[in-house]
Design a protein around this ligand. Structure first.
Ligand SMILES: *Cc1c(COP(=O)(O)O)cnc(C)c1O
Length: 387
């Protein structure tokens, strides 16, 4: 039996041709397509600058470096995320703290963040960076988070790995209206793909310049920015410790081709979500609540097994669906409960809402090429196990 995954890419012949064209061209990397891809994503989001990198993990890392995050600083994020949203602080030698999630959206709670910042301000230990994560593709309450961050002078980096193509208060997620930087992921399970890849968007030129520097070894080639007189036209200068986080032109060509399909991909995901919403309404499940202020990009469709209404556990539901060839998954194991983070002093019980949510969550198949028959099979299988 072929399994139905929870997520997968959609790559068509136009994408294949776009990649093949690059393979036959002069530049496999550091060519002209990267900039075209960056400009196209920036234009889509209505933002000035974009820097393409080899993953969202790298994007988060250089965004933190550009924000000046370092030893002694604190970065605050959600416990309900992929580990990369927190690890980027550790790469910079900074400490991580978490803010528990909202009961309905499973995003970082704006109220709990306000509470945390108020207490932190009194102690004189405010975080330097906040990373709200737009879980499943639904925006956090960015107006409130952005206002608080401004008030306290905190840099905001949105982890929008799930959310390209989504909207918030009438604008595309990624517009940087409420934050300093926004990060996208182009991993194949996400909304559009470059194989591996990520991007940082910003409206701030100072951050843009730093992002470029950290992406490529900390090296500059513009004589105007150099500390020394150039020795000749070959001369370059390393002015900071950067990395090789560059995206290839092969990947950028795929990204550019995928971007043309983004709205179509998201419209289809919205339809799939609507179908789940109607068909699963009578089952003992808590369905994903949607904030009327936004439009989710629907990276994930997460149901919670309603423990007040069924004897079945999440484990039983999960195992039964897997046994039926449905590749359900769980997003996320609360980051603070990972052994690495427990060694840093966190413990189970620290963020109880994220932990309770985790006990009940199952991510159902959600992707552009999921057929009506496949979705009907997922729905029937859920009805079977929960009847
Ligand atoms: C996928 C993901 C990342 C990491 O993305 P990569 O491109 O695989 O490095 C970071 N944060 C979140 C929320 C993600 O889902």
């Amino acid at each position: 039996m072929k399994t139905i995954p929870y997520a997968r890419q959609t790559v068509d012949e136009i994408d294949v041709q776009a990649v093949a064209d690059i393979l036959r061209s002069d530049f496999l990397t550091q060519g002209p397509i990267i900039e075209r891809f960056e400009k196209a994503v920036a234009a889509y989001c209505g933002v000035k600058y974009a820097v393409a990198v080899n993953s969202a993990t790298s994007a988060l890392h250089i965004a933190c470096l550009a924000a000046g995050l370092g030893p002694g600083d604190v970065l605050c994020t959600s416990p309900n995320t992929f580990v990369a949203s927190a690890n980027c602080a550790r790469y910079c030698g900074a400490d991580v703290d978490f803010v528990d999630i909202d009961e309905r959206t499973y995003n970082m709670s704006a109220e709990r963040l306000a509470d945390k910042l108020c207490k932190a301000a009194k102690k004189g230990k405010l975080p330097k960076v906040i990373i709200p994560v737009h879980f499943a593709g639904q925006s956090c309450r960015m107006d409130e988070i952005g206002t608080m961050a401004k008030q306290y002078g905190i840099t905001v980096i949105e982890d929008a790995s799930h959310a390209i193509g989504g909207r918030y208060k009438g604008r595309p997620i990624g517009c940087c209206a409420y934050s300093d930087m926004v990060v996208f992921s182009f991993h194949p399970v996400k909304i559009i793909t470059t194989g591996e890849g990520g991007m940082v968007l910003t409206n701030r030129e100072d951050l843009y310049k730093k992002l470029l520097l950290y992406r490529s070894h900390g090296i500059i080639r513009d004589p105007a920015q150099m500390e020394n007189e150039p020795h000749g036209s070959w001369y370059y200068e390393q002015t900071a410790l950067g990395y090789n986080y560059r995206m290839t032109d092969i990947q950028a060509a795929l990204g550019l081709s995928q971007l043309a399909k983004l709205d179509r991909f998201v419209a289809c995901r919205i339809e799939i979500a609507r179908k789940y919403d109607t068909e699963l309404a009578d089952l003992p499940l808590i369905l994903p609540w949607q904030d009327p202020d936004g439009q989710s990009a629907w990276h994930l469709y997460v149901v919670r097994v309603d423990v007040g209404k069924t004897e079945k556990t999440r484990r039983e539901v999960f195992d039964s669906l897997r046994a039926s060839g449905i590749g359900v998954n769980v997003h996320y194991i609360p980051v603070h409960t990972q052994p690495y983070y427990q060694r840093l002093g966190f413990k189970p019980g620290d963020f109880p809402i994220a932990e309770q949510y985790y006990q009940e969550a199952v991510s159902l198949p959600m992707y552009y090429s999921l057929t009506a028959e496949e979705q009907a099979y997922v729905i029937d299988s859920l009805k079977q196990v929960l009847k």
